[in-house]
Unconditional design. Structure first.
Length: 346
């Protein structure tokens, strides 16, 4: 019987599919290099308990909803350590300028989080920019072309990709691009007060067709993670959608599954089906690989409202000190909030 594996990157399934889709699950190179003498795994006994806005609100997150969530956390004394503001806070690529209708003052939002004795986390996709972003309009030359066309880096299936937002790949070989990314990290940490960074879609450089092996993409991911660790060693990094080789030893936390639940805009019956299926896949990885002995990992956030008997059993066996919750706390019953408090306190 085939044994489950980590796969190429953190979203890869434990068993490869015959059709090979979505493409982001599989390396575009027939032979992948092996990192020699990788850094030692990061060790930390500090638990991380975070609430993630993505599963509660999807792209419809804003400062008002964050503050409402903080009120619930305070009222029920939920022992979170971080509030993670996920995708939706700005247009991809325009990281310096949050969408004003959603976050008129990002520093004020972070201060509200800190006032509740919590720390603030922020999601961004460092290697990508939306075709409608100001970044693309102002600097189209910063984006990679292949055969005269910009590269759509959300690699799912060829037909479906044409319906997705066009997220183009930045050219990390340009010093201006690297400065754009690192200057934003400096801003987020030093001025905004962010202490947790969720870096998403780190597989993107591997799908640059100008490369015929993964040495350059490896170096680009390593460069980014090394910059953060060198300049801000206390900042926690969640590496999401990342190949494992360049991230082990540099990322504090590595996601080891796809999102176990979909955004709230998806019909509930579909969400429940996906949740049960993906938690089962997560269990297959965990039970065979004993990942907690290799590096700190994030098995993805738990959605209590979607729990079934079987998924509760699986979550109860996950050996990790990284726990994420994605429920919309403002709509949960008192009973479910107490369940979350009990689980977070274990």
């Amino acid at each position: 019987m085939q044994k489950p594996s980590l796969g190429w990157q953190s979203w890869s399934p434990p068993f490869p599919s015959w059709h090979g889709f979505p493409r982001w699950d599989y390396s575009p190179f027939s032979v992948s290099s092996v990192v020699k003498d990788p850094p030692k795994p990061i060790k930390s006994n500090q638990p991380l308990r975070y609430w993630c806005s993505w599963y509660a609100y999807g792209w419809d997150t804003n400062s008002v909803k964050i503050n409402q969530t903080l009120d619930v956390i305070k009222e029920f004394k939920l022992p979170f350590t971080h509030i993670l503001i996920d995708d939706g806070w700005t247009t991809w690529g325009d990281w310096y300028t949050p969408t004003l209708k959603k976050f008129p003052n990002i520093i004020s939002t972070v201060e509200q989080i800190k006032s509740k004795h919590l720390q603030a986390g922020l999601w961004f996709a460092p290697f990508l920019g939306n075709s409608k972003s100001q970044l693309f309009k102002n600097h189209p030359e910063w984006f990679i072309k292949y055969k005269g066309k910009y590269i759509q880096s959300l690699k799912t299936t060829p037909i479906w990709e044409s319906f997705l937002p066009q997220q183009y790949l930045l050219n990390l070989e340009l010093n201006e691009v690297r400065c754009y990314i690192t200057n934003f990290i400096d801003l987020a940490v030093r001025k905004w007060g962010i202490t947790l960074l969720k870096l998403d879609f780190l597989y993107a450089p591997y799908f640059d067709p100008n490369h015929n092996n993964d040495l350059v993409p490896h170096s680009q991911v390593t460069w980014l993670l090394s910059y953060i660790k060198r300049h801000y060693p206390k900042i926690k990094i969640i590496a999401c959608g990342t190949p494992f080789d360049p991230a082990i030893g540099l990322a504090d936390i590595i996601r080891i599954s796809k999102d176990t639940a979909l955004p709230p805009t998806i019909p509930n019956f579909i969400n429940r089906f996906v949740y049960k299926k993906r938690v089962k896949m997560l269990s297959q990885k965990l039970n065979s690989l004993q990942l907690s002995q290799k590096f700190l990992h994030d098995p993805d956030v738990r959605i209590f409202a979607l729990d079934t008997h079987s998924t509760r059993l699986i979550w109860g066996t996950i050996p990790t000190n990284i726990i994420g919750v994605g429920d919309n706390l403002t709509t949960l019953s008192r009973e479910n909030l107490i369940k979350i408090k009990t689980w977070l306190s274990q």
